[in-house]
Design a protein around this ligand. Structure first.
Ligand SMILES: [Zn+2]
Length: 473
């Protein structure tokens, strides 16, 4: 449910075809893929390391099709109603009870009236209805695109492309089926989908739609800063739109609409400013980027390790963990070398803040925890390496005769146990970092806001569905 996600670029896919020898120069985690055999995961991790391609917002200009824009001698004039003379009132948004109720009502009606339709059709309908509300609120609608989200996420709104993904495989895997033993599928009929599941899907779509709305509001606030307060821009300067798009990491057409939009009310502006310190251009955007990176790296590392170890479940510890160490150790030390200084820079900045808010405190607390977790991971993987080396040396020693033989066997088995223990500690350190990153993510103000509206939709859908089943008007 992140609002910004990095796509796995095609340039990372080449890893799959490369030989062992060539792979030696690649990132160690990519080599772990060869052991684990999960190309998709490593391709993803590779893309995180490779960084993102520079955005080309101008590409959007060619494909844009909003009917009320037309090119006029280099400027694009935007036809709009004359600016209102009265001060702007607080705008209605997806956070309003009215819109939550409307959306939940639509979700229940579709779910009840279309028992033969599929989960996939419900998701499509929900995104459409979320777009109805967004348009009504003056927000450009999202484009629904197919594809997988990050593990653990049902929905994904991407600011850069203004797209939403709803991953029904992820949703089905993560949702209790109404009939035990009959797991949900993206093509499950709605008659097999519980009200709770329908509410969960509706909530996930609404959560992402709220990210979309807040992203647009954030862009409007930045647009107002750019064009001066309370003025309305009848003629949008393409250069300004491009600049705003780059700063806010949104398509140019979105920046354009934000520049052309009416001024926000003071109440709306201050609410938006409260929600978006971790958005592009925000005070703590770098903190969020760091944390998001670590969350996806640990998610994928967990998946790789589980898969790798499952294939060697019956092997002795030395064979099981031995090949892992030369890959895991440099990877983890790489993370520490790369991300610890980033954490340090963030902490330095927080310490300069004179009047700290809850947000500053959260950033400081979580960043310190991230540093500790990174350090612990490095220590544990070093211990794992030491345990493997000791056990290996012992195995290579010539065996003694007689009574000592028994003693040496016992010693050797102790050392093997130490490998197991050191691996467990390394695994726990990875989990610890992952859960710190996850907690930090749940505390982002824009996530707190999106989770709140999501929860309201979930319970609203269940409430309406229950009333309908009981025949309550
Ligand atoms: Zn989210």
């Amino acid at each position: 449910m992140h609002s910004v996600h990095k796509q796995a670029g095609d340039f990372t896919r080449r890893h799959r075809l490369e030989s062992h020898a060539k792979a030696a120069s690649e990132h160690p985690i990519t080599r772990l893929q060869t052991l684990a055999g999960n190309a998709a995961i490593s391709s993803f991790i590779g893309s995180v390391y490779a960084g993102r391609l520079p955005a080309s917002p101008l590409a959007d200009l060619q494909s844009r099709s909003a009917p009320y824009h037309f090119v006029l001698g280099g400027l694009i004039a935007v036809q709009r109603q004359a600016a209102a003379t009265a001060p702007p009132a607080k705008a209605v948004s997806l956070a309003s009870g009215m819109e939550v109720d409307a959306f939940s009502g639509w979700a229940v009606a579709y779910w009840r009236n279309n028992p033969k339709q599929t989960l996939r059709a419900l998701a499509g309908y929900l995104v459409e209805q979320a777009n109805v509300l967004l348009r009504q609120n003056g927000v450009p609608p999202m484009t629904l695109i197919p594809g997988r989200t990050q593990p653990g996420d049902v929905g994904e709104f991407t600011d850069e492309n203004w797209t939403i993904k709803v991953d029904l495989d992820e949703f089905a895997a993560d949702t209790q089926p109404p009939i035990p033993g009959v797991p949900l599928q993206p093509d499950s009929a709605l008659s097999d989908v519980s009200a709770m599941a329908a509410g969960k899907l509706a909530g996930a779509c609404y959560h992402e739609a709220r990210h979309c709305e807040v992203a647009f509001l954030r862009t409007r606030v930045a647009a107002e800063r750019m064009k001066g307060p309370k003025s309305r821009m009848e003629d949008v300067d393409p250069d300004e739109a491009g600049e705003l798009a780059r700063a806010q990491e949104v398509p140019v057409r979105i920046a354009w609409e934000a520049l052309a939009a009416a001024p926000l009310s003071d109440a709306d502006r201050s609410e938006v400013e409260r929600i978006v310190p971790m958005g592009p251009g925000g005070r703590y955007y770098d903190y969020r980027r760091l944390n998001d990176k670590l969350m996806s790296l640990t998610t994928n590392l967990k998946a790789i390790l589980v898969e790798y170890l499952a294939r060697r479940a019956s092997a002795a510890p030395l064979e099981r963990f031995g090949p892992l160490v030369p890959i895991l150790k440099p990877a983890i030390h790489d993370w520490v070398a790369k991300y610890r200084p980033e954490a340090e820079a963030i902490l330095e900045r927080v310490h300069e803040v004179k009047q700290r808010t809850q947000i500053d405190d959260d950033v400081a607390t979580f960043t310190l925890e991230i540093q500790d977790d990174l350090d612990r991971m490095a220590i544990e993987v070093d211990r794992l390496e030491a345990a493997v080396l000791t056990a290996r040396e012992d195995a290579a020693k010539p065996k003694a005769k007689g009574a000592d033989e028994q003693l040496e066997r016992e010693e050797a088995s102790l050392k093997v146990m130490q490998i197991d223990e050191a691996y467990l500690e390394t695994w726990l350190a990875i989990l610890e970092l992952h859960s710190t990153a996850q907690e930090a993510y749940r505390a982002y103000p824009h996530e707190v806001d999106a989770y709140a509206v999501m929860g309201r939709v979930e319970s609203d859908v269940q409430g309406i569905a229950t009333k309908a089943q009981l025949g309550v008007p």
